[in-house]
Design a protein around this ligand. Structure first.
Ligand code: 6PG
Length: 242
């Protein structure tokens, strides 16, 4: 694994440090007169990061140059408690001054296959490209207790071979339809950052970091940057077996 592992005492320390780095990245882009594309993750872990950004960095970054995307979305309406967009909106987006047209949510309420095609085109349109491949400035990822990331679950490794930017997939347990950015695009980002907290994922983290056991069965192990960098930001519990 060619990623850098950084361990923080608590989830709050992890989120606060990373929030500051995100703001620095945005400010640096502003000084270069360019906009920034950031793909957000869903689930519960990023909620603390988003709320720190929204509450403590409300006016500390030129949010108007940021374009937010999502690495995946559940096929539910934005008002659903399951919505990754909804969680980001409540904790961050509604608190900052960012143009509405810079918020590129996945329409979870729409027909999944049509929406996957529409969102692929949105990525084509707004995300900087290198050799015709979209290069997100930053992709924030989480990891599930089964080693999935974005909505690429074990057994769906074909999503790392897809030539598309997005695909429709399923949560294998709940059968909930999801739209996910594909592994090719995830791995092509300039900066990939996993944020993982809690002891429940420590064994999978150990296997992936040490390349031991069945680590190749975990989609998160297949997140390997093609041209950028990857970091795993862990709290002490998540890193306890390293
Ligand atoms: C999602 C996420 C998913 C998430 C992991 C970890 O839509 O659920 O994108 O990949 O990052 O499931 O979720 P927790 O942070 O809730 O553990």
């Amino acid at each position: 694994m060619s990623a850098k592992v950084r361990v923080f005492r608590t989830p709050y320390e992890l989120a606060e440090t990373f929030a500051g780095e995100i703001v620095e990245m945005i400010s640096a882009a502003a000084s270069e007169n360019r906009y920034v594309t950031i793909a957000l993750s869903g689930g519960s872990t990023p909620e603390l990061l988003f709320s720190i950004l929204g509450d403590h960095f409300t006016n500390s970054a030129p949010w108007n140059i940021v374009h937010f995307f999502w690495g995946d979305e559940r096929c539910v309406p934005p008002v659903s408690p399951d919505s990754n967009f909804g969680m980001a909106f409540r904790n961050l987006i509604k608190k900052i001054r960012i143009p509405e047209e810079n918020i590129h949510r996945i329409y979870g309420e729409k027909d999944p296959s049509g929406e996957a095609a529409r969102y692929s085109a949105v990525i084509e349109k707004y995300v900087h490209k290198t050799e015709s491949m979209p290069v997100f400035d930053l992709i924030i990822l989480g990891m599930g207790e089964d080693g999935h990331t974005a909505s690429i679950f074990p057994g769906y490794e074909k999503l790392f071979k897809s030539e598309k930017n997005c695909e429709v997939t399923l949560h294998p347990g709940t059968k909930q339809k999801r739209i996910t950015v594909t592994g090719r695009v995830l791995n092509n980002a300039a900066r990939i950052v996993f944020i993982i907290t809690g002891g429940k994922k420590s064994e999978i983290i150990r296997q992936i970091v040490k390349k031991e056991g069945g680590y190749m069965n975990y989609p998160a192990s297949k997140i390997v940057p093609v041209q950028g960098t990857a970091e795993w930001l862990l709290d002490a519990d998540a890193a306890k077996l390293l």
